[in-house]
Design a protein around this ligand. Structure first.
Ligand SMILES: [Zn+2]
Length: 500
């Protein structure tokens, strides 16, 4: 049974690797939520050490020999080990394709690019960032060639975040969104003051917001015995494993929405991580799936659940009780409309449910054309502003509110944005099937949120990374990801809200 020895060897080494990942994640969590700013000096070195050790394991000769032996005997392995072996091999192949010196230069370039980007955004001066951006694009163009692709060079970067999704699929997806949503958005732009959200922008005590955040996370089903909620500048979730899932939110004393919906969004990510199957939680497959699947869970909770009228029926009185000074005389219907106000705006992260995907389309098109070499980085401010006007009917007054707003390109994250839009579409598709199986509106009205959690656990969460994103969607909905349910949902909801 030589393969059994090989399996033991590989699994042991992968456990070592996961220990380094665990330690790195704890350091990262600490840096984001509490460590003093200057602490990064040593922390970054420790992080570098761990990533070097992980790299050594994956490129080690003996490890690869054993892994290849397992690959040649895949039929002897159970489904979990089979998938672990295949995924590990894929990671190694990707590492090996890029020349080490190029990768190192690129890492250094990125660490320099981010502060420059922040300065450029602060000073509203695109020309500062341009030389860095040009180099990053050049690296990405080389990267896609090293990595290889079947049809479109952009497929190679998409594969980093959304395995199996291609330009061919996304072009159809985004064209459909553009064709159907842009006319509705432009109509709503003309009724700008039809809905007001002023009532959410009053003085809301941060202490009370904190209490309500904990209440709402528990109400959704987040387990505080296996997780915690802290504060950070940019909210995020981190699943160390299903028994230790951490998330953050942020509080503004003059706006209720960021903490409320930020907490709900991150709870969606975190409930997913807490619900991973018991059989895989300690393996390489024991975390959430691709970005598009992960984001579908956060957006399902944030938008489809928590921005519905039914969700608030049992708990709106509680919110009124906590903030009587602002909400005592506000009806549930007024509150519901306020949390669903739509307005074309310049900044992606502040965009509402309806206009959000147009921000993504703009970035998707630009990234694709940059990788293809169809457009040049120096023309980006002009291209950005023209397309904002065309898709959202607004023009940024400066580059800080335009092409410089996101950190992603400075961090080398090309191919990442589409997952945000896919996540929203997947959420609608999953909800559509869930409505066939469960009486979702009654469940929400009766406050039985555990039913939603159980359903998602059984159909999505428990699989972790055991299946590919397309397979997960097939299991959960019987179809591969598409735009139909998302577009139908948005058109139905927003034409009613705005009476257009
Ligand atoms: Zn998210």
């Amino acid at each position: 049974m030589k393969y059994q020895e090989a399996l033991d060897y590989v699994i042991n080494k992968l456990e070592e690797l996961s220990n380094y990942d665990y330690a790195s994640s704890i350091i990262y969590w600490d840096l984001e939520t509490g460590a003093p700013k200057e602490g990064i000096r040593k922390a970054s070195k420790v992080l570098g050490f761990y990533s070097g050790e992980s790299h050594k394991i994956l490129t080690d000769h003996k490890f690869n020999k054993n892994l290849d032996l397992l690959l040649a005997n895949l039929d002897l392995l159970d489904a979990i080990h089979k998938k672990i072996v295949i995924e590990t091999k894929k990671d190694i192949e990707n590492i090996k394709k890029i020349p080490l010196h190029e990768y190192k230069e690129y890492s250094e370039l990125l660490s320099k690019a981010q502060p420059v980007w922040a300065e450029a955004r602060g000073k509203n001066d695109f020309s500062l960032f341009l030389p860095y951006l040009e180099k990053i694009i050049k690296y990405k163009q080389n990267y896609v060639n090293y990595k290889g692709y079947k049809e479109h060079p952009y497929d190679a970067v998409l594969d980093d975040y959304e395995p199996g999704i291609t330009v061919k699929q996304l072009d159809i997806f985004f064209e459909d969104l553009k064709e159907k949503l842009v006319p509705l958005i432009l109509k709503i732009n003309k009724k700008k003051d039809f809905i007001s959200d002023d009532l959410l922008k009053l003085d809301y005590s941060v202490e009370k917001q904190k209490d309500f955040s904990i209440f709402i996370a528990k109400y959704l089903g987040f387990d505080f015995e296996r997780g915690l909620l802290k504060e950070s500048a940019h909210p995020f979730s981190m699943g160390l494993n299903k028994y230790d899932v951490r998330m953050t939110t942020r509080y503004f004393s003059n706006d209720l929405q960021p903490s409320l919906f930020g907490t709900i969004h991150e709870s969606g990510h975190s409930i997913y991580e807490q619900n991973i199957g018991e059989d895989i939680w300690e393996t390489r497959l024991g975390g959430g799936n691709s970005m598009g699947i992960h984001e579908s869970q956060s957006r399902l909770y944030e938008n489809l659940v928590a921005r519905s009228l039914e969700f608030w029926i049992p708990i709106y009185p509680k919110l009124q009780e906590v903030f009587p000074e602002n909400l005592k005389d506000v009806t549930l219907d007024e509150f519901y409309k306020a949390i669903n106000k739509s307005q074309s705006d310049l900044i992606r992260v502040e965009a509402d449910e309806l206009t959000y995907s147009l921000h993504i389309i703009l970035r998707y098109e630009i990234e694709k054309e940059l990788i293809e070499g169809k457009i040049r980085a120096c023309d980006l401010p002009k291209i950005w502003n023209e397309r904002m006007e065309k898709y959202l009917g607004v023009t940024p007054p400066n580059d800080s509110h335009g092409v410089l707003q996101d950190v992603h390109w400075a961090a080398g994250l090309f191919g990442y944005f589409p997952s945000y839009a896919l996540g929203s579409a997947n959420a609608s598709q999953i909800m559509n099937t869930m409505r066939d199986k469960l009486d979702v509106d009654t469940i929400l009205k009766e406050g039985r949120l555990e039913k939603i959690k159980e359903y998602l656990g059984e159909n999505i969460h428990k699989y972790g990374k055991l299946k590919d994103p397309n397979e997960i969607m097939e299991i959960a909905t019987g179809e591969t990801p598409n735009s139909k349910y998302y577009v139908d949902y948005l058109i139905d909801k927003y034409s009613k809200l705005y009476e257009v």
